[in-house]
Design a protein around this ligand. Structure first.
Ligand code: HEC
Length: 229
């Protein structure tokens, strides 16, 4: 396996990502690639070799950046840890909620563990929010009746947003950057540029509960499950 084979992480012809790190020697890259195969991280060895930021971030599945500074959509984040699902249905927002409807939030397993241990999010944490529509309405508030009762029930997914903690890139917005991969059915963008502060970070800076995150919505899952004595 060659470590300097160009890969195309954003799926546009002709665009490539340089995956050879100046500071990493080829044998270290080969070892890293082999480790990825052995532990079965579910990602290509080339992708791991393309993570020069790994040491900097200290999280598994660290953020990857294109040469233009866009954040690459993390692979199959649905395998990460699911920490909660606030919802703002269209039915209760005049048909135009900014983030319809369920907001399914995932975080890297290593960031989750780190938070449980220390109460802080490590560099490289990614909060991935995938939007999920509700089943068709039967009532004016957008709700419907299913066997379990009247309410809102998950249907198709419809959008992807990501917040990433990186104090060197996003000092101006309290160490977090925000990315919108499209508010529509998948496929979502393969890579996205940071959104302007006014579009995303500003509201998190002004209102979030703790370190730019609306933590109270996830606390009950972030806390370890109590065990009956
Ligand atoms: C008007 C305020 C506001 C704006 C603007 C905003 N958000 Fe949020 N965001 C919230 C709130 C409140 C939550 C938690 C509750 C929810 O999801 O409804 C949240 C949750 C999130 C989460 C899950 C982690 C967390 O912090 O709770 C991500 C990721 C996220 N937003 C990304 C974005 C992105 C990307 C944009 C811009 C495209 C954006 N947000 C714009 C208010 C905002």
């Amino acid at each position: 396996m060659r470590a300097d084979v160009p890969i195309n992480p954003i799926g546009r012809p002709g665009q490539t990502m340089k995956i050879r790190s100046k500071r990493t020697n080829p044998s270290a890259l080969r070892a890293a690639a082999l480790a990825a195969v052995v532990v079965g991280l579910g990602m290509g060895a080339a992708a791991l070799a393309a993570q020069p930021g790994k040491a900097k971030y200290g999280v598994e599945f660290p953020p990857q950046w294109t040469a233009q500074g866009e954040l690459v959509q993390p692979k199959d984040f649905r395998q990460w840890i699911f920490i909660g699902s606030p919802m703002t249905p269209h039915g209760l927002n005049d048909g135009k909620a900014n983030f319809p409807e369920f907001h399914n939030v995932y975080v890297q397993p290593s960031a989750f563990k780190h938070y449980r241990k220390t109460g802080t999010w490590p560099e490289g944490t990614m909060m991935v929010k995938e939007l999920q529509l509700v089943q068709p309405a039967q009532f004016p508030d957008g709700s419907r009746t299913e066997v379990s009762g009247r309410g809102y029930f998950p249907a198709g997914v419809a959008g992807l947003d990501i917040a990433v903690k990186d104090s060197s890139r996003f000092k101006e917005s309290k160490n977090w950057g925000y990315f919108n991969y499209g508010h529509h059915a998948p496929p979502y963008l393969r890579a996205a540029a940071a959104a302007p502060v006014a579009a995303c970070a500003g509201c998190h800076m002004a209102n979030a509960h703790e370190d730019m995150v609306y933590i109270k919505f996830y606390k009950s899952i972030l806390d370890p499950l109590p065990v009956k004595k």
